[in-house]
Design a protein around this ligand. Structure first.
Ligand SMILES: *Cc1c(COP(=O)(O)O)cnc(C)c1O
Length: 379
């Protein structure tokens, strides 16, 4: 069955006990033990909850993985994966990684003796050169945030396999509708479910999927042992969001493509970053591993003053942190997602003071274009 159908016919679309049209929210922290020996599936809700289990099975199925885990946030999911590393491990990460992941690696995991080398992972030779005998994990994100660089996932997976390194891909920007890294040989996929999977700016959540049973066991040990689980209400919201993932993504992507093309021709725009544009340097690699360019693009207005004027005049998008929602969201990476990154590190990654990121929602595209046009006229 096609992805669109699979998001709806997941095996959880009808509650087996009651015939209800959605998975019940099991708002329970503990489960009565019928038999003395306690051989039952659920005992305590940190260890497992039926609503969470349904979500975990759905995300595993959609990513093409055997195991899924739901965490309290994208950062809890990413940290959960990193916590499987022994002290003293070395990590190689792509340099324009999500700001929160950069902060976790450089300020939290560094305390556990986990050292990270950041590289331009769109250049496979740079990734290879950074690998050391103690390298245990490759942390990747493609398209990257916010400059939409592309990493060749198959090449990265092959390289890591040769060297016995675990590969992790943050698939938040694409969602499993557009990109399924496990199919390219990637070991671990992580998501901020807060973004496209939830899709409505009303829930914070994180997900992890894996195929290897030993790795799955380690991740479950962290989920249960560390306790950063997703609550049943939020699991339900995420399942509801996933049902419309494909139609939302399709529509938003179509509009994002139109907006990117419009901006690319506009004289007041310095540069547009979007893998859907003909002149994106790694467009070909992107389309080998993903079904479409996605709904997020970035554009450079030149300086902070112009950004301020633009943001003050634009009407429709939320001016906010986050992405992947029904409403368009305009973010200013320098002050938002990448505020926790030192200025010189931002500069190295091309995250300039003039850069804005736009996550395109479900508004009529002509309304969005008109709005952008009138705001650009003011700068
Ligand atoms: C938002 C985001 C995260 C962090 O997720 P939270 O749910 O906010 O903790 C991680 N990676 C990417 C790419 C994101 O956009």
């Amino acid at each position: 069955m096609k992805f669109e159908t699979r998001t709806l016919h997941t095996g959880f679309e009808i509650d087996k006990q009651t015939g209800a049209s959605s998975v019940p929210i099991f708002q329970a922290s503990t489960f009565h033990q019928e038999d003395w020996d306690g051989h039952q599936e659920f005992d305590y809700a940190r260890s497992g909850n039926p609503t969470r289990q349904a979500l975990e099975k759905i995300i595993a199925e959609l990513e093409g993985a055997r195991y899924g885990y739901a965490f309290a946030s994208g950062m809890a999911a990413i940290s959960g994966v990193l916590l499987t590393l022994p002290t003293g491990s070395h990590v190689v990460a792509c340099e324009d990684i999500y700001g929160g992941t950069f902060r976790a690696l450089t300020r939290v995991f560094s305390r556990l003796g986990i050292e990270t080398t950041f590289v331009d992972a769109s250049r496979i030779e740079q990734m290879e050169a950074a690998i050391r005998p103690d390298t245990k994990l490759l942390m990747l994100e493609t398209p990257s945030n916010p400059t939409l660089k592309i990493i060749d996932l198959k090449k990265a997976a092959d390289l890591a396999k040769q060297k016995g390194i675990v590969t992790v891909v943050d698939n938040t920007f694409m969602s499993p509708y557009l990109q399924r890294p496990h199919e390219l040989g990637i070991d671990v996929v992580v998501h901020s479910g807060t973004k496209f999977l939830g899709g409505h700016s009303d829930v914070v959540a994180g997900l992890v999927t894996v195929n290897d049973p030993a790795l799955a066991k380690e991740i479950y040990l962290i989920q249960n042992g560390f306790g950063g689980i997703l609550g049943p209400q939020d699991c339900w919201l995420l399942m509801r969001g996933i049902k419309t993932l494909a139609v939302r993504m399709k529509e938003s992507q179509q509009s994002a493509t139109e907006i990117a093309c419009y901006l690319a021709k506009h004289p007041r725009i310095r540069q547009v970053y979007y893998p859907g544009l003909e002149d994106h340097p790694d467009r070909e690699i992107h389309f080998q591993q993903a079904k479409g360019p996605g709904a997020v693009l970035s554009f450079d207005l030149g300086n902070a003053e112009k950004v301020k004027t633009f943001v003050e005049h634009v009407q429709l998008p939320l001016f906010a942190v986050s992405l992947g929602a029904v409403e368009s969201i305009l973010s200013y990476p320098v002050r938002m997602s990448h505020a926790s990154m030192p200025p010189q590190e931002r500069k190295k990654r091309g995250i300039s003071d003039g850069l804005l990121r736009l996550s395109v929602g479900l508004e009529d595209v002509n309304d969005l274009l008109k709005d952008i046009e009138q705001a650009l006229e003011k700068i």
